[in-house]
Design a protein around this ligand. Structure first.
Ligand code: DGJ
Length: 543
């Protein structure tokens, strides 16, 4: 073998996980050179903080067909005393994951967790002089470190870089640690901006030219949240934050904080990646329509209004991920799927609001509609997610279809659907559209992949699918087969005809199961669907 072939082999061997965009611009995650869809679950904040505790969650994760666990790494735990790093527990956790064929996404709970600084080591927490805090208008310290402090940045960055060095040492090829989240739900709560002297001085300065120039270059691609405000203030190219963007909905304050948090996080990501190049992301507290005022949600976090600012400030961050707990799940993802931002949902399904049974629908929808990097409900170790939870079946289906999913182009030949308040949906496949009606006692969901002109692959539950021809011709459903993939080949378990086979529509689950159907009953079906000159199959209900 030639030397260059050996080097090429080494390069492949040591290629860490990376993101690559497909022809459609959709970002996919690759681990060990192969596409990987994160079938995830995030542990409760304190779970998995020791190997002993982590061991308790492995079996349940496997039972639910997870391939990835998201868990916190707390700064206070790895650097109890300044400069004295200890990764013993994490090393055992990584070995445990590897032994059980699970990937990990590590969540760096550094300077901020949900806006506050509850996870910083005691020596940082105590020392308010060396590690200044955000202040309120009265000049009082808040329990959050200041993103304007060089010393805070230096200390956080050192710990983060140590973490990346450790990961590289124990998992150099990224076989286990797939991605890293930098900080957690960053931003400032209870005020729209830091009122400390140093922050107020910075706020009075001109908006950095780097930001102005990058926003200008985006032109019409600039998102309306900022474009409209900028226009309303005369599209000035220099001036301070208020002069250029105005304070409607506290926008100037929020952009100012976003810029500084973004720069802070970027410095961590840049040095961390230089050590060990893993995909890195920042998660966002999604803005609730009930309290759309910066400060009611963490001001300056990478929420949908601030995507443009964060993309410029934090170029080393690969994507911004919504913690999507709100009722209108679909609209909230759409907010984040702009400006080329890849979709990954690290947290969803608010157990504390009683949302115990939507993870399966959200998983299929998110992967199907967006070709997402992955999906992960929060609190996966909560008793709600017993081995019989429907999420397990959804993840089984995603695993089974993963080769077809990764080949498909989301939004074009792959679509997802999910019932929220709607009773129906319509999906557009160009010459064919699909009307979906939901009439089950539970909420329907699924995904459709058009494998070729006439070959459709559908995984769904609780929905009736009416295919329609745009040309006005009738539609025929030929050879409807229920089954799954085995070793890459489609294997038919049952041919569906007559009542089950779809004279006018396809039923999920099929007729023979409908009376006993429940959320976990996802049927996977392939069908030839084509136009015919046949007015009886015009999709009107005939019986
Ligand atoms: C969002 C946070 O990011 C999580 O760490 C967790 O605290 C959840 N909220 C639930 O409270």
């Amino acid at each position: 073998m030639s030397l260059s072939a050996i080097f090429a082999g080494c390069a492949t061997m040591y290629k860490t996980p990376y993101l690559e965009r497909d022809a459609n611009g959709c970002a996919k995650l690759f681990i060990e050179g192969k596409p990987f869809i994160v079938r995830g679950g995030e542990l409760l904040n304190s779970s998995g903080s020791t190997a002993e505790d982590m061991a308790k969650h492995i079996e349940a994760s496997k039972a639910l067909n997870l391939n990835t666990v998201l868990l916190a790494v707390a700064w206070e735990q790895i650097e109890k005393n300044e400069g004295d790093f200890n990764f013993d527990e994490l090393e055992k956790i990584i070995s445990l994951a590897e032994a059980n064929d699970l990937k990990l996404v590590l969540l760096w709970f550094g300077s901020w967790k949900n806006g506050f600084s509850g996870y910083v080591p005691h020596w940082v927490m105590r020392d308010t002089k060396r590690f200044p805090r955000v202040q309120n208008a009265k000049g009082e310290n808040r329990p959050c470190l200041s993103p304007f402090s060089e010393e805070v940045l230096r200390a956080d960055k050192r710990a983060f870089v140590e973490l990346m060095q450790f990961i590289k040492r124990v998992d150099p090829q990224g076989k286990v640690v797939a991605m890293v989240q930098v900080e957690n739900e960053i931003g400032l709560l209870d005020d729209s901006r830091d009122r400390s002297k140093i922050a107020e001085n910075a706020f009075a300065q001109n908006v950095p030219q780097e930001l102005i120039e990058s926003l200008s270059k985006k032109g019409d691609d600039l998102l309306p949240e900022i474009r409209e405000a900028w226009k309303a203030n005369g599209m000035k190219k220099s001036g301070n934050w208020t002069e250029i963007f105005g304070q409607k909905n506290m926008l100037a304050d929020e952009m100012f904080m976003a810029w500084h948090y973004g720069k802070f996080v970027d410095a961590l990501a840049k040095e961390g990646k230089a050590v060990h190049n893993l995909p890195m992301f920042v998660n966002a507290w999604v803005i609730s329509p009930d309290s759309p005022i910066a400060g009611k949600y963490p001001s300056g976090g990478p929420n949908y209004r601030m995507l443009d600012v964060w993309q410029v400030a934090a170029k080393n961050i690969d994507f911004f991920a919504p913690d999507n707990y709100l009722e209108d799940y679909c609209a909230k993802i759409a907010d984040f799927a702009r400006s080329g931002n890849p979709i990954f949902v690290p947290e969803a399904c608010a157990l504390w609001l009683g949302d115990k049974n939507s993870a399966q629908a959200k998983a299929l929808y998110t992967i199907g509609e967006y070709g997402a990097i992955g999906f992960s409900p929060f609190g996966i170790d909560h008793a709600v997610y017993s081995p019989s939870h429907a999420l397990g079946r959804a993840y089984e289906v995603i695993e089974n279809l993963s080769a077809e999913i990764t080949k498909a182009e989301a939004g074009k030949n792959m679509r997802g659907f999910m019932q929220q308040k709607n009773k129906s949906d319509t999906l557009d496949f160009g010459d064919i559209k699909v009307d979906i009606s939901y009439s089950f006692p539970y909420k329907g969901y699924g995904l459709i992949i058009r494998l070729s002109k006439e070959d459709f692959l559908i995984a769904a539950s609780g929905a009736d699918l009416y295919f329609k021809s745009k040309s006005g011709k009738g539609i025929a459903y030929g050879l409807v087969r229920e089954g799954s993939y085995k070793n890459g080949e489609w294997k038919t378990a049952k041919y569906l005809g007559g009542d089950e086979g779809g004279l006018v529509n396809l039923k999920f689950p099929p007729v023979y199961l409908r009376e006993d159907a429940d959320e976990g009953m996802i049927s996977v079906v392939r069908a030839h669907i084509f136009e015919v000159d046949n007015s009886t199959s015009d999709n009107t209900q005939i019986f």
